[in-house]
Design a protein around this ligand. Structure first.
Ligand SMILES: [Fe+2]
Length: 240
């Protein structure tokens, strides 16, 4: 009797394990990881040294930008969501309902996420867009030069502080736009909506030490240090 009971238990456990294994294997990846995922417990490291973008973006600016500005956004964002219903939500979920959140969540959450994308978009001079991204740029803007001009103009003409974006719309099309302050295309309040592929920070804290009021010179310098491998990867991910 006892042996029969043990055999029955083994049978039930193996059925349960098989069911779990099948369910797990067929479960699609739903939650995003990386910048769009859950906010990490530690402030994410800069993926290169402060001097990696010299002479186009100087080391002192990078140090203050990353270690003071970005860190403050991260810390304030963590504190703003701590103990609330969105503490364990993904960043993309928080942004898709940002109109219901406080200014602290909107501004610091945007500051945390936008800078993560920005750092990852930079640091690999000499790279170029993948064929897939290059084809999409040519068919959307006519040529790479036209795209660069459109993006640069979005950055140069953003009034006050904000960001320029290359993003993928819900129709899987490329588009260029800009947002004020720390807003971004993942936010439900943004007039430009989609998945960010390339970001450019045009807050004065991003360039003032080296370029003072000459934002246009900073925007032109930016093109020398873009990590097109990462931008192409983000594009591929966004059009899946
Ligand atoms: Fe910034």
């Amino acid at each position: 009797m006892k042996q029969k009971s043990i055999l029955k238990s083994i049978f039930l456990v193996s059925i349960a394990f098989t069911t779990f294994a099948v369910a797990f294997a067929s479960e699609p990846q739903k939650s995003p990881t990386g910048p769009e995922g859950i906010v990490p417990a530690e402030f994410p490291a800069l993926p290169y040294g402060y001097d990696a973008l010299e002479p186009y973006i100087d080391a002192r600016t990078m140090e203050i930008h990353y270690d003071k500005h970005h860190r403050a956004y991260y810390t304030n964002f963590v504190n703003a969501i701590k103990g609330t219903a969105i503490e364990k939500s993904t960043v993309s979920d928080i942004f898709s309902g940002i109109s219901k959140q406080s200014d602290a969540v909107r501004n610091n959450g945007g500051g945390y996420y936008n800078h993560l994308i920005f750092w990852q978009n930079l640091g690999k001079p000499g790279t170029s867009p993948s064929k897939e991204l290059s084809d999409a740029i040519n068919s959307t803007f006519g040529s790479f030069e036209k795209f660069r001009e459109t993006f640069s103009n979005a950055a140069k003409t953003r009034f006050g502080s904000g960001w320029a974006w290359l993003y993928v719309t819900s129709e899987k099309k490329l588009a260029v736009g800009s947002t004020p302050n720390q807003d971004n295309p993942l936010m439900d309040i943004s007039p430009v909506k989609g998945t960010p592929v390339l970001a450019l920070d045009v807050w004065e804290h991003a360039y003032y030490l080296k370029y003072q009021n000459k934002r246009a010179d900073y925007v032109e310098a930016f093109w020398n240090v873009v990590n097109w491998d990462e931008v192409s990867r983000r594009y591929k991910e966004a059009v899946k």
